[in-house]
Design a protein around this ligand. Structure first.
Ligand SMILES: [Zn+2]
Length: 273
């Protein structure tokens, strides 16, 4: 491990976890060994409601293939810009629901932050840790973050479950919360090609309890998808993938190339004192 510092908290007793060679241990001798790839499993069995919680491995791999082609680089850049403005002198970033670490690793490399990622999917945490040895990754729940109170200068949430109370708990006073959301017409052309009656995304009010809204950074790009594989991988990443009928799947499979807009909003908040 290159980084010996830690913001991790024991998921059993709530004590501080410190690195001891390749294990994280608390004062009460609860120890958690790093996997070969480097991530640590900090999700107690009592909170694992499924054998493989989180996104299924095939979905994680589809997202990985798609993101590796840099189709969402404009979103990563907007997140980087938001965090650079919030933390010009660096600091500790927690990516809550980090997936396979595409945003975590890219932002950490661009801004020289100390980055930590938590995801409930073991497949995702493993892929993240393999590719990025300078950030620290853990399997854990966004709803019970294995992270100490006030340890983070910023928390980031990119299409992951939201838990405002936990994000406030792990942020220092005045710390920042950065969230990405899809804009109203995100993937409009893809949805139009697949559905008879596509709907725009509902963009909710920006207000979040316990946070002061600072700004919104739009991130918009037209994607040019040259292959069925890229189109299928993108579709697998969307929430619609779970509720698509046979006819829509046929239309999707018939698409050989597609231009579609990828439009996001990056919202920046400060934790209220
Ligand atoms: Zn403990």
């Amino acid at each position: 491990m290159l980084m010996r510092e830690s913001v991790w908290m024991c998921p059993v007793c709530g004590g501080d976890l410190e690195w001891n060679d390749r294990s994280l241990c608390c004062g009460k001798k609860h120890c958690f060994d790093a996997a070969r790839s480097g991530y640590v499993h900090l999700l107690p069995a009592s909170r694992m409601h499924a054998k493989l919680p989180g996104d299924d491995p095939e979905m994680v791999r589809a997202r990985r293939r798609f993101l590796q082609k840099e189709y969402y680089a404009h979103l990563r850049q907007a997140l980087t810009d938001a965090l650079h403005e919030a933390l010009p002198g660096g600091g500790v970033l927690l990516d809550a629901g980090c997936g396979e670490g595409y945003y975590t690793a890219g932002i950490r490399a661009a801004l020289d932050l100390k980055a930590y990622g938590v995801d409930i999917s073991k497949t995702a945490a493993d892929l993240a840790a393999r590719a990025d040895k300078e950030s620290q990754y853990a399997v854990g729940s966004v709803f019970h973050l294995p992270v100490r109170d006030g340890a983070c200068d910023a928390v980031m949430s990119v299409f992951a479950p939201y838990c405002g109370e936990e994000f406030q708990r792990v942020l220092r006073p005045g710390g920042f919360f950065v969230m990405a959301i899809p804009a109203a017409r995100h993937l409009w052309e893809l949805k139009s090609a697949v559905y008879d009656h596509p709907y725009e995304n509902e963009v909710k009010d920006y207000a979040l309890e316990g946070f002061r809204f600072l700004r919104c950074i739009p991130a918009e790009k037209m994607l040019h998808l040259p292959s069925q594989e890229d189109i299928a991988d993108l579709f697998a990443m969307t929430p619609y993938a779970y509720r698509t009928g046979a006819q829509e799947k046929e239309r999707l499979a018939a698409l050989e190339k597609l231009d579609t807009r990828a439009e996001f909003e990056v919202l920046v908040y400060a934790r209220e004192a």
